[in-house]
Design a binder for this molecule. Structure first.
Ligand code: CTP
Ligand code: CA
Length: 229
């Protein structure tokens, strides 16, 4: 993909991207969340918009934002349930869905309406499972639609990422192993392994999240060109 040979496979296509963390309220002042910055999803949104895609970015709470671009619509969300609802609303129209968000797996069953006062005893908060957005939409994938996932693992993670690829019906999954010190939360660089349905398994060099976004979009672009619908 270069200036002489631009990738036109994204022109006018709708791309849905989930990004950032989610926050699950415990009470009006406290929440459960994670260290996701949203950088990877924001980079994907910017680069896809530059290629002419119409991007819907469902973005959890983060200080970062994409550079303003007429092709990027941001839908800010807070909790996993909010993100789930927004994702369902925009699923049908999307040609490509990229599940980049670090969705909290659990939420408090009953967030307190009042600030929880500290007591002398231990505090127990009952957590219930959040819906799996990628899995639910994956079971409902449209004809000709592509679903791309991420997998975050603290170990090597290939087996677990392969399970996610299957279970969530991804076309490919991008494995971030926190064993690689250049990868992961808050970092500007990433090193990933890309696992596809056809069992090919590609480890990328360490690179900026922007460059990785470009390479992932190149890959998605070539899949789009081979899809007939
Ligand atoms: N995902 C999602 N909704 C969730 C949880 C995860 O859409 N409730 C998506 C993520 O955006 C990512 C993929 O599923 O694309 C894998 O997320 P990850 O947290 O690595 O996997 P989980 O299936 O949640 O399993 P675990 O956290 O136990 O490893
Ligand atoms: Ca998870």
């Amino acid at each position: 993909h270069d200036i002489l040979n631009p990738d036109l496979s994204f022109q006018g296509k709708n791309i849905l991207i989930t990004a950032g963390p989610t926050q699950e309220a415990i009470d009006p002042v406290r929440y459960i969340s994670n260290h996701s910055s949203g950088k990877m999803g924001i980079a994907l949104a910017e680069k896809a918009a530059e290629r002419g895609a119409k991007v819907t970015l469902i973005l959890g709470p983060t200080a970062l934002k994409p550079k303003p671009h007429p092709n990027i619509k941001i839908i800010p969300v807070t909790s996993a349930l909010d993100m789930f609802e927004a994702s369902q609303n925009h699923h049908n129209e999307a040609k490509v869905v990229i599940f980049c968000a670090a969705v909290a797996d659990y939420r408090s069953e009953k967030p307190s309406v009042e600030k929880i006062k500290k007591k002398d005893s231990a505090l127990q908060i009952k957590l219930v499972k959040n819906p799996d957005i990628a899995k639910t939409l994956g079971a409902n994938k449209k004809q000709g639609q592509l679903h791309i996932g991420f997998a975050l693992e603290t170990d090597e993670g290939v087996l677990s990422a392969e399970n996610k690829l299957k279970e969530k019906n991804f076309d490919f999954v991008v494995l971030n192993s926190l064993l690689d010190s250049e990868a992961g939360f808050q970092k500007d660089t990433n090193q990933v392994t890309i696992l596809s349905k056809n069992k090919e398994n590609i480890k990328t060099p360490v690179m900026s999240k922007e460059l990785l976004a470009i390479q992932l979009l190149d890959r998605i672009g070539s899949l789009l060109e081979n899809k007939f619908d």
